[in-house]
Design a binder for this molecule. Structure first.
Ligand SMILES: *Cc1c(COP(=O)(O)O)cnc(C)c1O
Length: 396
């Protein structure tokens, strides 16, 4: 792959679309009164919206739930972004967000599930090869299934097995490696430097899902790839605004040609109503907070490390967790359900996670800490968790 443009296949397909007059681009679309819009600087009557009853007006101040500054922000986008739903708030955010992520471009999706399904099925198709960590999120699994590509699942973080798989497919084949950055049920982190090295050696595309690491890792919360200085070497950075960002929606960040390709090929962007503009605006506000308040990240790391150590000192097995996601491994489904119920009776909300969310025989309680947890409350919780563990004969 060295010396060639690794996105040449995308450029070729985009050129073909353009020759067939099928090339799609996002046009900035602002909504005006009376069913008029301003699209690419021109005033037009909007005869393409799905807001049939005209309920798409800006939220007036004083509307239930509306806050100062929300006026002018619409609730519904009114259509897919490629029709007349492309509110200017997306374009502005995508430019700012790409600069923050250290990539050429970025693209907002309506959820993380939509992003994974749309991106993976756009990048891989019949005859291509996808390599997926066994513990990847269900939305990645579904995206691969929809792509119809051949899928090889490698053991959790097993770089050696992944390399053997990469070596065994035809040299010229299109290969996509997908991984969570922080694994949602184990709190482990992906070996990103090794993955980057492998994908470069074998000419594969590397996609990283930063759902649990976005906002959390990196100087200003840019994510794990950025924290490791790999933001230019990971081809597709994806993440959601539904976790640390405290809202909903998702992004993909990468090269400009990749984003153009996704605009043309990602069915969950093309055939899905855009994220509500008012949510986009709220995401942006939370993102500004995430950047400017590093104390939240510091407090989170400190609490996570304390909580994990405290559970281990009680004799609990937290697996290989190295993040703010801390599983308490129990194995048996019934034991996990009983443990969860006992915790709730003690006043602790933590839920049993069972197959198929985790592998058979790997049921657990999944704890996640927050930057805003008070230390004395966490201390109290560990005492109650230990009491339940002793009562159930799990710890001495
Ligand atoms: C939660 C999650 C998603 C899905 O994100 P939504 O915005 O909730 O749809 C995708 N990937 C991972 C790893 C997740 O944890």
């Amino acid at each position: 792959m060295e010396g060639t443009d690794r996105w040449q296949w995308m450029r070729d397909e985009l050129r073909q679309l353009s020759e067939r007059n099928q090339y799609r681009r996002l046009e900035p679309t602002g909504w005006l009164e009376g069913g008029w819009i301003e699209r690419s600087g021109r005033r037009m009557l909007n005869l393409a919206s799905n807001h049939y009853l005209g309920l798409s007006n800006p939220l007036p101040n004083g509307t239930d739930g509306a806050e100062e500054g929300d006026a002018g922000m619409r609730l519904g986008a009114g259509a897919s972004r490629l029709i007349t739903g492309n509110d200017p708030v997306y374009d502005r955010f995508e430019r700012e967000f790409a600069a923050y992520k250290g990539t050429e471009s970025s693209l907002v999706f309506s959820s993380g599930y939509m992003a994974n399904v749309g991106v993976i099925s756009a990048l891989a198709g019949r005859g291509d090869y996808v390599f997926s960590d066994r513990l990847n999120h269900a939305s990645i699994v579904d995206g691969i299934a929809l792509s119809r590509a051949k899928c090889s699942r490698y053991r959790h973080r097993d770089i050696g097995q992944l390399e053997r798989m990469l070596r065994s497919v035809p040299a010229g084949a299109k290969k996509l490696i997908v991984t969570d950055a922080v694994f949602s049920m184990d709190g482990t982190t992906a070996p990103l430097p090794e993955l980057v090295e492998l994908k470069e050696r074998y000419g594969a595309i590397l996609m990283v899902d930063e759902a649990h690491s976005g906002g959390v890792y990196g100087e200003e919360g840019q994510g794990l790839a950025h924290a490791l200085g790999l933001q230019r070497r990971v081809d597709v950075q994806m993440g959601t605004f539904s976790k640390a960002y405290g809202a909903c929606g998702a992004y993909v960040a990468g090269d400009a040609v990749l984003i153009q390709y996704l605009i043309n090929k990602a069915r969950t962007l093309i055939y899905n109503t855009a994220l509500p503009p008012i949510v986009m605006s709220a995401v942006r506000a939370n993102w500004l907070t995430i950047r400017s308040e590093p104390w939240r990240r510091e407090a989170l790391f400190q609490r996570a490390a304390w909580f994990r150590r405290a559970l281990n000192e009680c004799g609990f097995d937290t697996g290989d967790s190295e993040s703010h996601i801390i599983p308490l491994l129990l194995g048996d489904n019934a034991r996990a359900v009983d443990f969860g119920a006992a915790l709730q009776a003690e006043g602790i909300a933590a839920v049993a996670i069972r197959p198929p969310t985790v592998p058979e025989g790997a049921a657990r309680i999944r704890f996640t800490v927050m930057a805003t947890h008070r230390l004395q409350d966490l201390q109290w919780a560990v005492e109650r968790i230990a009491a339940v563990g002793r009562r159930m004969g799990i710890v001495p």
